[in-house]
Design a protein around this ligand. Structure first.
Ligand SMILES: Nc1ncnc2c1ncn2[C@@H]1O[C@H](COP(=O)(O)OP(=O)(O)O)[C@@H](O)[C@H]1O
Ligand SMILES: [Mg+2]
Length: 328
């Protein structure tokens, strides 16, 4: 790890307290049990993890790599983000390079498969996924894939059928609160029970988001209810307000960029975005609140029905742009 990475890992509690062993992963018990048994056998299958943000998918994948590959795990693990990289071409090239470097390492290392963790695979088009499927087959002798997605329905069937699928779920209240308490004790930070409950209510079982809010509150002195509310305001509502204003003034691209930052970087869930947007809009006293309410209700329904959130929220911003343009 470079000095910079180490600094970041210590700075961000969500990184500092990322479990390093499968047994340390909170909840997800059936999954961890299944995987622990599976990695005892010499021939592990490809795996596909689905589920919401911040519940341990990437952590579990990294733990598998560490437990299976031991000290040399970094050298033999490739972490790719399907939505960062420019398409499947990049994935193919990186996989090829990686496979070649394994060959260079010599035959003695062929015994253990190498691991490729491909995050956000549901961001790939189905053409790209078809190409990925070929890559998986062609590199099967040396490589095992752990494919991660939010929505299993967005992964083509031929990939699903080649993997053992594990569905991760939101973490229960008690587990999240216990973990937050453990961090407070280790960091010697004072907390109020009520504040931890508020964090859970706001994040709904997303551990990363919970830890981030708690760290922001701790930065204000302690994890008190008032600081949690202030921290959430900073990380949440103020930014939602900004997205709304940009959307209503027709700046679609800027609004969308801010929205993505909110959901991807700050881990705000789509439902929280809708909730905050609703509150903010009334406080802003927007014009045509009746039309605003109708638009929000429509998209709230679509999200609840399971439509793709990125697409729906983008369409929502476009609708708000039209609403904003109407007022002259
Ligand atoms: N099940 C879990 N047990 C312990 N910590 C967790 C768990 N899930 C998430 N976290 C915390 O949240 C951070 C992000 O988790 P990650 O596994 O990357 O989530 P994702 O499901 O989005 O891949 C971790 O570094 C860790 O601090
Ligand atoms: Mg992840």
């Amino acid at each position: 790890m470079s000095a910079k990475e180490t600094d970041l890992a210590n700075l961000m509690w969500s990184e500092k307290y990322r479990p390093k062993k499968l047994a340390e992963v909170v909840n997800q018990k059936e999954i961890i049990k299944g995987i622990s048994n599976m990695i005892k056998s010499p021939d592990i299958p490809h795996m596909l993890f689905s589920g919401p943000a911040g519940v341990g998918k990437t952590t579990t994948a990294l733990c598998i790599a560490m437990e299976l590959l031991g000290e040399e795990w970094k050298k033999n693990t490739l972490e790719l983000n399907a939505s960062d990289e420019r398409g499947i071409k990049m994935v193919r090239e990186r996989v090829k390079e990686f496979a070649a470097s394994i060959k260079l390492a010599g035959d003695k290392e062929f015994g253990t498969p190498k691991i490729i963790i491909l995050d956000e695979a549901d961001e790939m088009t189905s053409e790209a996924q078809t190409a990925l499927r070929r890559i998986i087959e062609d590199s099967a002798r040396t490589t095992r894939f752990i494919i991660i997605c939010n929505y299993l329905s967005q992964i083509i069937e031929p990939i699903q059928s080649r993997c053992v699928v594990f569905r991760f779920t939101r973490l229960p209240r008690e587990d999240v609160i216990d973990y937050l308490k453990m961090i407070c004790e280790k960091e010697k930070v004072k907390f109020e029970e009520k504040a931890l409950a508020q964090i859970y209510d706001a994040t709904g079982g997303d551990m990363r988001h919970s830890i981030n809010i708690m760290q922001a509150a701790a930065g204000m002195g302690s994890v008190s209810s008032a600081n949690v509310i202030a921290a959430m305001g900073l990380s949440g509502r103020a930014r939602v307000n900004e997205v709304l204003k940009l959307a209503l003034s027709g700046k679609f691209n800027e609004a969308r960029a801010k929205l993505l930052e909110l959901t991807q970087v700050y881990g705000m869930s789509e439902t929280d975005f809708m909730k905050y947007a609703n509150q903010e809009a009334y406080e802003m006293k927007i014009e045509k609140p009746d039309e605003f309410a109708a638009i929000m209700a429509e998209y709230d329904y679509r999200l609840a029905a399971g439509a793709h959130p990125d697409i729906q929220l983008s369409a929502l911003l476009a609708q708000l742009g039209k609403l904003g343009a109407k007022k002259q």
